[in-house]
Design a binder for this molecule. Structure first.
Ligand code: ZN
Length: 516
């Protein structure tokens, strides 16, 4: 989940990542500042086409503006896929749809090309993949992103704005160890709550937020595990598989499964070390174990597996550090540092003046040009990182691969990895792979932000989700139309005019022919 200190050098690391100009063009832009739906995605093919057009036609800046401002992202998503099956595949054994959401922490997009990953490859080949990666929310940090994935909300709205933060309104501090099970920190409606509120079982084999009671969800031992990184990965997989041995209507409709690798190694050795390659192989073997177990039970083709990561990883080295001591920033003002600087001066200090002074100071210090300081309200709107007092009033954004910390460490230069940077950077992207009856086989979709996943899951499960920052129609562009199964009824979807859903909570009525 994230070391925050440079570790001794343990092998060669490559610290350079794609140049900023390119990664900026690859970025996803979003425009909502609260919960309304928004559109996403700018793509590599579009960028390539644009550059080619510029060279050949010597087009003007005005044309460029028109080009970038006219492209409905969802039509791009559709165009990218050449294969569209007519309907989802019917369930053969399970009595209701099941989503198994798996996270591999710090699985940077591209790790899957580092070594043979036959099991992940199988999910990709027979399923749907974001072939330019999954875009994290800002900040690209573990807890904020995991909770965005299961709530569809940006951190400013689900409350977990960092792995560690202070809430001035309640005068209390969240930490991963002390805040995990206290509902006062966790806003929004996570998937496990949505699912149990609809009368199904849900399970969580580790996931940030799952230990907090919300709605009808309580973290009870059989279906919810309290985080312990020492639990072997095999044991986690085998426990999830055992849930499929339950009577059909007791099988959780939503299950989460979490692996803390390859993030921890990524911090230690950086994203390009051989040890990362080994960790990726381990994750792939766990996916293989899972597939085998599901096949043995005859349910593999019935289960919706969604494999994601929370963020990527960028290489860092000590010579790319900025020191707060050089800027005369007191130690107790910094609530976060490293890849994301958060400064909360004592009440009464003039914030704009501090930003001005820091900006002037950065002109004078080593590597200072690689950090830009903002009042949080002045951050780019696409970051959605202002709407709560939990976010410190002053934010420093680092260029990719640079870090900020209080003072010079003793010892020699060392290298490692970090995340938390602007989510525009390609190195911060992770993976999205979906496999199961509602996912078209062999479909590729463009990169999208992970707040879209909540609506994907509720659509697969055919339940009504809570309001969120995801795009309402997004599932229609990724998933196959439903052959609905509800309380042993199957409703064939024949045209757009026919209801394809049944919204009656399980056990609370019967679906009518029109799906109401
Ligand atoms: Zn981490």
């Amino acid at each position: 989940m994230g070391a925050s200190s440079l570790k001794p050098k343990r092998g060669s690391t490559q610290e350079e990542d794609p140049p900023n100009s390119t990664t900026a063009l690859l970025s996803c832009t979003t425009d909502s500042s609260s919960t309304p739906p928004k559109s996403t995605t700018t793509t590599v093919p579009f960028v390539s086409l644009f550059l080619a057009a510029c060279l050949a036609l010597s087009v003007t800046g005005a044309f460029a503006f028109l080009f970038f401002s006219s492209s409905p992202s969802h039509s791009q998503l559709n165009q990218k896929s050449e294969h569209v099956a007519e309907f989802s595949r019917p369930l053969t054994k399970l009595s209701h749809p099941v989503v198994l959401l798996i996270s591999s922490d710090g699985f940077r997009f591209g790790y899957q090309f580092k070594t043979d990953t036959p099991n992940i490859d199988r999910l990709i080949k027979d399923g749907t993949e974001a072939d330019e990666g999954l875009i994290p929310v800002f900040p690209s940090i573990t807890f904020p992103n995991h909770y965005s994935i299961v709530t569809g909300l940006y951190p400013a709205y689900h409350g977990i704005i960092n792995n560690y933060f202070f809430d001035p309104d309640i005068n209390d501090t969240f930490t991963r160890t002390t805040g995990g099970s206290d509902p006062k920190w966790w806003f929004g409606e996570p998937l496990w709550e949505t699912v149990v509120n609809h009368g199904f079982n849900a399970s969580a084999y580790f996931w940030p937020g799952s230990e907090a009671s919300k709605g009808k969800w309580t973290c009870q031992e059989y279906f919810c595990k309290h985080f312990s990184e020492s639990v072997p990965f095999k044991e986690r997989v085998d426990t999830v598989l055992e849930y499929f041995d339950l009577p059909s209507d007791e099988i959780p409709a939503f299950m989460s499964l979490y692996f803390q690798d390859p993030d921890s190694l990524g911090h230690d050795v950086g994203p390009d070390d051989l040890e990362i390659t080994e960790a990726v192989g381990t994750i792939d073997s766990m996916i293989g174990r899972l597939i085998q177990g599901l096949e043995k039970r005859g349910v593999f083709e019935d289960v919706h597996i969604i494999l994601v990561g929370d963020h990527g990883m960028a290489g860092i080295c000590e010579r790319k550090i900025i020191f707060l001591d050089d800027l005369a920033i007191p130690k107790d003002w910094a609530e976060s540092d490293w890849a994301l600087l958060g400064i909360r001066p004592p009440v009464g200090y003039p914030l704009p003046e501090i930003v001005d002074n820091m900006t002037k100071g950065l002109e004078e210090v080593e590597n200072g040009k690689h950090m830009k300081v903002y009042l949080k309200e002045d951050l780019p709107q696409r970051m959605h990182y202002a709407g709560t007092n939990r976010i410190p009033p002053i934010i420093g954004l680092l260029d990719e691969g640079f870090i900020v910390t209080q003072s010079r460490p003793a010892g020699e230069d060392s290298c490692g990895g970090a995340h938390g940077y602007d989510n525009k950077y390609f190195s911060m992207r992770s993976i999205f792979i979906g496999h199961g009856p509602r996912f078209p086989q062999g479909k590729k979709v463009h990169a999208f932000e992970n707040v879209e996943i909540y609506n994907l899951v509720t659509s697969i499960l055919n339940i009504k989700g809570a309001p969120n920052n995801g795009t309402e129609g997004f599932p229609n562009y990724v998933l196959l139309p439903r052959v609905a199964v509800h309380d042993d009824r199957r409703i064939r979807v024949g045209s757009e005019n026919v209801f394809d859903t049944c919204q009656v909570p399980r056990g609370e009525g019967v679906c009518k022919a029109d799906g109401t």
